[in-house]
Design a protein around this ligand. Structure first.
Ligand code: BES
Ligand code: MN
Ligand code: MN
Length: 465
């Protein structure tokens, strides 16, 4: 692997330039107006995979955005890793809060990233992290040191729920067959505190529409006599939590696997600086479910959050109106063994039940997914831990993450294999927010760690079977 790593260090500048070009393509999956750019990003990626020496690269069209595939099969007797990533990005809104345009990458130093970070939408989530795999492969291939079979599957719909991935995986099960899935789409605790993500939350996402009168009304002529749907929706939302921060939907916690004292203690042992956390977010106090730490609240406990709420008049000045409708988008983060469809149904039934007379409620489910937990007593985890230790000089801490990558549970269901979540971002990298960035340290550290992972995995797995 020494040769591969020296190839990386000789080509560092180009590796960054290529990522900059990739980040210039606005591959926003949620907005149909950018469908062409999503395709452009897929073509860019395929070309770069070809140049890196990956075989059988192909863009597979789906009913949504395309999936880019490629592989390097060096020896059928060796283990096979499927690398997954997503080249689509979140919409950059609100644009006015970006210090530089989201698709014109700039490199700037920050306090947390003294060596510089690349600012652009998708830099950390997930184009930058996905591209580490393409470049790590280039380095291994150029130095004849690919230690196992590697397959690559990059999708363009992760940020909108991976709608077509499961059907693709089922249809192409043979082509995609593998011993494990490797994903770099998560974070480490800090640049000097490496970690491997061993769990992610699931998701249930709904949109609600509350309708009162059949048209917008004069708020003086009718106000006080007719239910205001925005007032009603606000109260309904407020009632979804009690004073202890528990979610009040009946049955919501029924399937939650409560963790034992020892597991909770071990989760709470992970380094976490509450003061720095508060300071970084500009808040005076944290808040959440009573009797749980911030680490637990944001990883091992289920949650309910309003992501957006609208209705009535929001233009300049004041308009006296009693609106006909109010809307909200609500996400619930789930933990093992909550079932996303069941939770959606519990929410929907309850939300309709707590509506005051005089309004009607419509609940529209969006995408969802199961939580995932990955074991640490496997050769896959051991290989990741060894690679991290070699690259960072410190053994990684296993942590459970609060975000969701629903396809992890899907891969387990369809392929019967576990995933390793070896991401290199930081939670402070502002993914999904304005000014998303990815540290150059993190980008290069990832490219150095990945070949080490393949080396250790190939050795451990071959020794075992
Ligand atoms: N990469 C993130 C998930 C993530 C981020 C996990 C940080 C752990 C740490 C992924 O792209 C994402 O944003 N997922 C969505 C869910 C998806 C179904 C839209 C999420 O978590 O909101
Ligand atoms: Mn992601
Ligand atoms: Mn994301």
């Amino acid at each position: 692997m020494k040769k591969a790593l020296s190839h990386v260090s000789k080509n560092k500048k180009r590796y960054l330039e290529e990522l900059v070009d990739f980040l210039k393509i606005p591959s926003i999956s949620a907005d149909p107006a950018y469908a062409k750019d999503v395709k452009k990003a897929a073509s860019f990626l395929k070309k770069k995979m070809d140049e890196a020496g990956i075989d059988k690269t192909k863009i597979y069209e789906t009913a949504g955005h395309p999936i880019v595939y490629g592989e390097k099969m060096i020896d059928k007797a060796l283990p096979t890793v499927l690398v997954y990533g997503h080249y689509d990005v979140q919409p950059p809104d609100p644009l006015e809060l970006w210090d530089s345009p989201p698709f014109e990458p700039v490199i700037k130093k920050t306090k947390i990233h003294p060596q510089g970070a690349i600012f652009a939408r998708g830099s950390c989530d997930d184009k930058g992290q996905l591209y580490m795999h393409v470049k790590a492969f280039e380095a291994m291939n150029a130095t004849d040191s690919v230690p196992c079979n590697i397959k690559f599957m990059f999708e363009g719909e992760e940020e909108v729920g991976s709608e077509h991935l499961e059907a693709f995986c089922k249809k192409q099960a043979k082509m995609l067959s593998c011993d494990m899935v490797m994903i770099s789409d998560t974070s480490i605790i800090a640049n000097d505190i490496p970690s491997v993500t061993v769990g992610l939350r699931g998701l249930s996402y709904v949109e609600v529409e509350v309708t009162g009168p059949n048209k917008d009304l004069h708020s003086g002529v009718y106000g006080g006599g007719v239910v205001n749907p925005i007032n009603a929706l606000s109260k309904m939302i407020a009632d979804l939590h009690d004073l202890n921060g528990h979610i009040t939907i009946p049955g919501f916690y029924d399937d939650v696997v409560e963790l034992g004292t020892r597991e909770r203690a071990s989760i709470n042992k992970a380094p976490f600086n509450l003061d720095a956390y508060k300071k970084g977010l500009g808040i005076k106090e944290v808040n959440g479910e009573r009797d749980y730490s911030t680490i637990e609240r944001t990883s091992t406990r289920p949650t309910l959050d309003v992501n957006g709420i609208w209705g009535g008049y929001i233009g300049e000045g004041a308009k006296t109106v009693l609106p006909s409708k109010a809307y909200a988008k609500i996400s619930m983060r789930l933990v093992p063994d909550q079932h996303p469809d069941k939770i959606t149904k519990l929410f929907s039934d309850h939300f309709k039940k707590i509506a005051p007379p005089g309004v009607t409620v419509k609940v529209t489910p969006h995408h969802g997914g199961f939580a995932a937990v990955t074991p640490t007593n496997t050769v896959e985890y051991k290989a990741a831990a060894m690679a991290m230790k070699e690259a960072f000089g410190k053994a990684p801490i296993p942590v459970r993450g609060g975000g969701s990558i629903p396809i992890v549970a899907m891969f387990e269901k369809v392929f019967g294999v576990k995933s390793i979540l070896m991401g290199f971002g930081l939670n402070s990298d502002d993914i999904h927010s304005p000014n998303e960035h990815y540290g150059l340290f993190n980008y290069y550290k990832g490219i150095d760690t990945i070949p080490l992972f393949f080396k250790h995995y190939s050795q451990l797995k071959s020794a075992k079977s």
